[in-house]
Design a protein around this ligand. Structure first.
Ligand code: MLT
Length: 406
């Protein structure tokens, strides 16, 4: 009789966004006439930029002709895309990253879940609390997190770094020494971030403690303030201690197209072992490359027209962020984020629990958000709204929240 990976049995409940989708579907079944506005999952709503659509069309046409048809993509990614990333995301910011340190993938979600495979089973992970659930869940599946305490909602072997109103959502160095530190900056879910000096502090800490940082930069396009790093490699020494995950989902609307990349510097080593070589080996074995047409679309993100169009798209979403942030503040709520990130993190009113506020807003305002406690125990009493809706729906949602009487 076969056995199963027992670690899966330890996972509590279902994936956060699946649970939310289930609740919304049940509500709609019971109330088919209600117009629900979804500001829950961070999924984009604006169409792909014209420069990207043109690139997709051209690539599709190439696939229709024998002379230009492409089969398997190179497993680490096409040179044209890897070079565009190096030039625009790194060299333009003074970061010395080379093409063979870039690994093209189908998105940052899968990379953020898969990257833990490179590390020893006994590695201790440190995560911010609240945190994007994929980092913890993927380590649960790998058997690295110990036992789960349902009452406190914490794993015995995970090091939690609370990020709350009291510490300005800035994680503090943990008392126990971690092996792997997950940082997502600008942050999902709190929408807040830290300064470049503070990030340098984390790099110094990781080097001193022999830890690796998994740095999720999925939201860097939304940074509006000076002195916030767009890449961890802007910090000195980061190439010896950090892996960076990047996504095309949020900066270019690729949530349904799927494209991302991971940077594993050659200087990142564990003794004699190169993590860059390990990730290349892993990619070669387990991944067959992102589609050619999608990689051409990714290349268009870095064209002059692409850059200009995407700047407008980011500004569109950030206008929504301002509508939510200012509207909630005016209505008397305590609100964070939304300045360097497309997420607004609010305190729930009247000490309501995160899930109670979710139900309340769904029923009274027909607005969907994400309960903060779904991201970890320190998220309890908070609620996340995304700026990725349409402008009209965002305005309408704010109006409804204001009228909901809470
Ligand atoms: C979120 O809502 O937290 C994100 O959209 C999830 C993701 O990017 O996978």
């Amino acid at each position: 009789m076969f056995g199963v990976n027992e670690n899966y049995q330890k996972l509590p409940g279902s994936y956060l966004f699946s649970r939310i989708a289930g609740k919304v579907n049940a509500f709609l079944q019971a109330n088919p006439d209600q117009k629900v506005i979804r500001l829950g999952i961070g999924d984009v709503t604006q169409p792909l930029a014209p420069a990207i659509i043109d690139a997709l069309h051209r690539a599709v046409d190439e696939m229709a002709r024998a002379e230009t048809f492409r089969g398997y993509a190179p497993d680490l990614g096409y040179e044209f895309l890897r070079s565009a990333i190096v030039e625009n995301d790194y060299r333009a910011r003074g970061c010395d990253i080379s093409v063979d340190e870039i690994f093209i993938s189908d998105g940052a979600k899968s990379d953020s879940a898969n990257i833990q495979e490179l590390f020893a089973d006994c590695s201790r992970i440190a995560v911010c609390d609240p945190v994007y659930p994929v980092y913890v869940d993927s380590n649960v599946m790998a058997g690295r997190t110990g036992t789960y305490d349902a009452a406190s909602e914490v794993w015995s072997d995970v090091i939690y770094m609370p990020c709350t109103m009291e510490n300005g959502f800035v994680p503090e160095f943990p008392r126990e020494t971690p092996d792997i530190i997950y940082l997502c900056l600008p942050n999902n879910p709190t929408g807040t971030t830290i300064t470049k000096e503070q990030l340098q502090g984390w790099v110094d800490y990781a080097i001193k403690s022999g830890a690796v940082i998994i740095y999720d930069a999925a939201y860097e396009a939304y940074i509006s303030e000076e002195n916030v790093a767009h890449s961890i490699y802007e910090c000195e020494g980061a190439k010896t201690c950090a892996i960076e995950l990047r996504s095309f989902s949020k900066n270019a609307g690729f949530t349904g197209v799927r494209l991302g990349c991971t940077v594993v510097p050659k200087e990142l080593r564990c003794g004699d072992v190169s993590l860059n070589a390990m990730w290349a080996r892993r990619h070669g074995t387990k991944f067959n490359g992102a589609p050619y047409i999608v990689q051409r679309a990714g290349e268009a993100v870095y064209s002059e027209e692409g850059k200009a169009q995407l700047k407008e798209q980011v500004a569109y979403y950030m206008r929504n962020a301002a509508v939510i942030r200012d509207g909630l503040k005016e209505a008397g709520y305590t609100v964070f984020g939304g300045v360097n990130a497309p997420y607004i993190w609010m305190k729930t009113p009247e000490k309501m629990s995160s899930w109670d506020f979710f139900d309340y807003l769904l029923e009274k305002a027909n607005v969907v958000g994400t309960p903060g406690s779904g991201f970890g125990p320190c998220g309890e009493g908070y609620f996340r709204l995304t700026a990725f809706g349409s402008y009209e729906n965002t305005q309408e949602a704010l109006e409804r929240i204001r009228k909901s009487g809470c």
